[in-house]
Design a binder for this molecule. Structure first.
Ligand code: LAC
Ligand code: ZN
Length: 447
């Protein structure tokens, strides 16, 4: 790597390989990758240099954002890690035109804050906003609760700048809001998990911030009535920004906030946004639709808003705390299969001797079916892996997807062909070889 050092400004190639660049947030299996060097570019030109070097030498290259992924997507399998944190400039911000151009290493929370200071909203709200980078959000097409109303990250990207093999800078789209000229290469890069190119900057679309946003928590005595309520809420055409759910087992692990108690087998967390009167009307209509709910409570203060969402964000930690570990997936199913999928996830857990639960993004049919395990028990880990495989089969049988949110990464590698069939999977592989004929960009992922 001394050759690479000579090509780059001082300090861009680190002297050692800190272990924090070898992991992400993938729970339990503690994926520890390996790498020969960590490079932290200070300019786009540095990214071009690294890619040219890696491509000429046949060295794998793994791009890295904030490292908060759940699928091992940023866990390197040798070669060079390219960490994007120093590429963190806001290049343009045009509040009156509702748009911003940022470099890949800007955190999601920073984008949201800058927008907010000018009365604008960048709607995607993946977890770990303070840590995750826009580049990583784009590379995984990250979602979050508000994806129900606003779509995933890709919905908000009008332009991308990226470095593609063997080391060339390309621009796909830009600040223009519409572009149907060619094949949609931009959307190939979005969600590509660093396997097609390194995203260096993006143009993002913004919208005026809704006047207010209020969550409402509803508890149901029966899961079936909660799942029916999801379909009724959607069918009634209510303008909800988020429809989240938590099943009975997850509720045992992480009891409802604000001291709200009940004989609760199922919880829904709705969010309404808009003008004050719109929000009031939407929440009133939602209560009407959810006749079966035992308890409904809409946040009455800013602190309640925060406590309700903190409870929701605490699911991962609260469920992990039960046995010390968990294997949590992110399948998505057609909405009409949500209830079946939640039940089936627990049945799959029982079959493999594991306590299971589910929570997630009900409005998007996206569930975090989760198997609790003892972190250092190889038997539990093996059982959870079998359970996850059954879960993927279920998602496929229901006409859904093996990943609705966290991506394939290393964790789900090898499952895509089962889900897509040979021809579609071959086309997927063809796209990869067109961009990256030597298979050096984040090898082993997204397949
Ligand atoms: C959530 C994370 C796990 O929705 O995606 O809780
Ligand atoms: Zn999620």
């Amino acid at each position: 790597m001394s050759e690479l050092k000579a090509l780059l400004p001082d300090g861009v190639v680190l002297d050692d390989v800190p272990s924090r660049y070898l992991v992400d947030e993938t729970e339990t299996r503690s994926r520890l990758g390996f790498a020969d060097a960590v490079v932290l570019p200070v300019s786009v030109a540095d990214v071009v240099t690294v890619m040219r070097f890696a491509y000429a030498q046949g060295i794998p290259l793994t791009p890295r954002g904030g490292g908060t992924g759940y699928a091992g997507g940023a866990v390197p399998q040798g070669g060079v890690v390219v960490g994007m944190e120093r590429l963190n400039k806001v290049r343009h911000f045009d509040p009156l035109l509702w748009r911003m151009e940022v470099e890949a290493g800007v955190t999601t929370a920073h984008v949201r804050r800058i927008a907010q200071e000018s009365g604008l909203l960048y709607p995607p709200d993946p977890g770990a906003g303070e840590l995750s980078h826009i580049g990583g959000n784009i590379a995984t097409n990250a979602g979050g609760p508000h994806a129900f109303k606003y779509g995933t990250t890709g919905t908000w990207v009008t332009g991308l700048e990226c470095v593609v093999p063997p080391g060339e800078l390309i621009k796909l789209g830009g600040s223009q809001r519409k572009d149907v000229a060619g094949y949609d290469l931009k959307h190939l890069l979005i969600g590509s998990e660093g396997t097609l190119g390194v995203i260096t900057a993006a143009w993002l679309r913004l919208i005026p911030t809704p006047q207010c946003s209020v969550p409402l928590l509803a508890l149901f005595a029966a899961e079936a009535s909660g799942c029916e309520a999801v379909e009724s809420l959607i069918g009634s055409g209510l303008d909800l920004a988020a429809i989240e759910f938590v099943d009975s087992v997850a509720l045992e692990c992480v009891p409802p906030p604000l001291g709200i108690r009940g004989e609760s087998a199922f919880a829904l967390l709705l969010q309404a946004d808009g003008s004050e009167s719109e929000v009031a009307a939407t929440l009133a209509d939602a209560r009407d639709v959810m006749k079966e709910a035992q308890i409904t409570h809409a946040a009455e203060s800013r602190s309640e808003v925060e406590r309700i969402w903190r409870w929701r964000e605490g699911m991962t930690a609260g469920v992990t705390a039960q046995l010390g570990g968990k294997v949590s997936e992110d399948i998505s199913v057609p909405i009409d299969y949500l209830g079946d999928a939640i039940q089936e996830a627990r049945r799959i857990g029982r079959k493999h001797g594991l306590r299971a639960c589910a929570w997630g993004h009900a409005g998007d049919g996206n569930l975090h079916a989760t198997f609790m395990i003892r972190r250092d028990s190889p038997a539990d880990i093996a059982a959870a892996e079998h359970a996850a495989s059954d879960l993927f089969d279920m998602a496929i049988a229901f006409g859904g997807a093996i990943s609705g949110e966290h991506g394939i990464g290393l964790e789900k590698a090898g499952v895509l062909e089962r889900a897509w069939g040979p021809r579609a999977y071959a086309l997927h592989g063809g796209v990869k070889s067109l961009f990256d004929p030597r298979d050096l960009l984040n090898p082993g992922k997204k397949r």
